[in-house]
Structure formats: structure tokens, C-alpha cells
Design a protein. Structure first.
Length: 225
């Protein structure tokens, strides 16, 4: 092999190596973009799914406690709580539902999340203390877990300034990224409309809920047929 041929071969090899590196470099942003897209889509879906679960439970629970239905009274007697405790729970459940679903109000949201978790975790402990099985404390455990997930995944505009998530910026000045605050009327109209629907459903399904929970209380031995 003469010198020109060898130089040509080396030049061709360098070109192929450069094309390979360029191809790999081009693929990385696409992979990162797809990964970021998946993460950016999954997080809000998980947040709103768990948030709607706990808000629906808080609204229904507030109705059941403020009426109160037979299931609530039987459960309070079984656990050793006074009758008036149902009304206290009902009022605070309604307030927590409003605070969690509404936009902004980050400090009140912290209190609402803490109160909701305390409510459901206390229910779990109360049932465990009196020796109840999984069928009684499993449900509040699920709602308490949903409350934790919703709290952990809440977006930046629903967090206190010191707990907001950070977003990468090319010229990061070290400050927490707060994101845009929702001030449009629609941002408040949607939560209000959702609460109206949830409360309407809770009241309309109250007779069916009483019949269903009556059977639960009988099966658990809390009341007689």
C-alpha cells in the first residue's frame, strides 16, 4: 500500500468515526426529550388522580358526618369516640376538600394535607387498637397514602416558596422556581364546579350509601339487623 492510499484510508476512517459520533450525539437529545416528556406527563396525571380521590372522599365524608348516617354513628360507638365528633370531622373535611382542590393558597394547603393525613392515619390506628381487621383500616390507609402522593407531587404553584421544585435554567441564579400563579377566573371556576358536582353526587347517593354501609356495619357486628 502506497502512502497516498494509506492517507486516503485513514481520512475515510476519521470521517466514519465523526459520523458515528454525530449520530450518537443527535440521538441523545431525542432520548432525553422522550424521557422528559414521559416524566412531565406522568407526574401531573398521578397528582390529579390522587388529588381527585382524596377530595371525593373528603366531600363524601363531610356529608356522611354532618348528617350523620348510621354507619358513622356505629363506627364512633365502636371506636369509643363521642357522637359530636362526627360534626367536628364533617366541618374540617369540607374545609380540607376546598383548600386542596382550589388553586394557590399554599399555606392552607399544607394544613389541609396534614389534617387529611392525620384523619386517615388516626382512623388506621384507632381500628388497630380495638383489634379490627384489614377490611376496616385498609380503606383509610389507602386514602392516607393517596394524600401523601398528592402532597409530594403537587406542582410548584401549590407549594410554599421554600418547598417549591427547582427547574433547570441556563443562567440559574440559585433561586427557587415558582412557576406562574393561576389567577384566571377559570382556575377557580373548575374547582368550584367540581366541588358542586361532588357534593351533589354525595347527597343524591346518600340513601344508597346508607343501605350499603348498613350491611357493612351488620357484617362487622357493630349493629344488629
Amino acid at each position: 500500500m502506497n502512502m497516498p492510499d494509506r492517507f486516503d484510508e485513514e481520512a475515510e476512517m476519521r470521517k466514519q468515526a465523526a459520523r458515528t459520533v454525530q449520530h450518537t450525539t443527535d440521538e441523545k437529545p431525542a432520548t432525553v426529550a422522550r424521557s422528559g416528556w414521559n416524566g412531565s406527563r406522568i407526574r401531573p396525571i398521578a397528582f390529579w388522580a390522587t388529588t381527585l380521590v382524596i377530595v371525593a372522599e373528603l366531600t363524601a365524608g363531610s356529608v356522611w358526618n354532618l348528617v350523620p348516617i348510621e354507619w358513622v354513628e356505629a363506627q364512633l360507638r365502636h371506636l369509643g369516640y363521642p357522637h359530636f365528633f362526627a360534626y367536628v370531622l364533617g366541618v374540617w373535611q369540607a374545609g380540607a376538600a376546598i383548600a386542596i382542590i382550589a388553586p394557590r393558597l399554599p399555606l392552607i394547603k399544607e394544613w389541609a394535607y396534614a389534617g387529611a393525613f392525620f384523619l386517615w392515619s388516626s382512623a388506621v390506628v384507632s381500628h388497630l387498637i380495638v383489634g379490627d381487621g384489614l377490611q376496616t383500616w385498609g380503606v383509610p390507609l389507602m386514602f392516607g397514602t393517596c394524600a401523601l402522593v398528592s402532597w409530594a407531587l403537587r406542582p410548584a404553584d401549590r407549594r410554599l416558596p421554600k418547598t417549591r421544585l427547582r427547574r433547570y435554567r441556563p443562567a440559574d441564579d440559585g433561586q427557587d422556581w415558582a412557576g406562574p400563579s393561576e389567577t384566571r377566573p377559570r382556575a377557580w371556576a373548575v374547582p368550584i364546579g367540581l366541588l358542586v358536582i361532588l357534593y351533589a353526587v354525595s347527597f343524591l347517593t346518600l340513601p344508597a350509601a346508607e343501605a350499603m354501609t348498613h350491611g357493612w356495619a351488620v357484617d362487622l357486628g357493630w349493629i344488629e339487623k
